[in-house]
Design a protein around this ligand. Structure first.
Ligand code: FES
Ligand code: FES
Length: 156
């Protein structure tokens, strides 16, 4: 079955069974390895991408559900040769990245939040990250980074 959608604004057409996880399509077919395979059960958030601007766990999202939709991955947040975006910069600056396994999913969850509200408070930041497990940072530095960006109206 052929599925057409966009990934980071680029139209793609993928021939795959309807129930193929979007995560596999992104990583194995499209070479976009930013979204990480963690639990594969929808519990860790490492595979989070945006579909029509909403965060989804791509390990549990069948490719058929993306038909005609806009998928965004961490690769789409900054140009390959360009500067990092404000959230990426802030995470690095505040030590919110250690092993990095959770980072792409966290960036996508925060991106969705900041697109709704450029100045979220701590509760909103924490709520947006409720589905993302980080085993390294204890979240404090991640939240601190997000609030630093929020304090600048979404800019770093
Ligand atoms: S790999 Fe998808 S939520 Fe863990
Ligand atoms: S930085 Fe290691 S899991 Fe979050």
């Amino acid at each position: 079955m052929s599925h057409s959608f966009t990934v980071n604004e680029r139209p793609v057409e993928v021939d795959a069974p309807d129930m193929t996880p979007l995560l596999s399509v992104l990583r194995d077919r499209l070479g976009l390895t930013g979204a990480k395979p963690g639990c594969a059960e929808g519990r860790c958030g490492a595979c989070t991408v945006l579909v029509d601007d909403r965060p989804v766990v791509s390990c549990l999202t069948p490719v058929a559900l993306t038909e005609g939709r806009a998928v965004r991955t961490v690769e789409g947040l900054a140009d390959p040769d360009g500067p990092l975006n404000p959230l990426q910069d802030a995470l690095l600056e505040h030590g919110g990245v250690q092993c990095g396994a959770c980072t792409p999913g966290i960036l996508m969850a925060l991106t969705a939040l900041f697109e709704q509200d450029a100045g979220p408070d701590e509760a909103a930041v924490k709520e947006s990250l409720a589905g993302n497990i980080c085993r390294c940072t204890g979240y404090h530095k991640i939240v601190e980074a997000a609030l630093a960006v929020a304090g600048n109206g979404g800019r770093s």
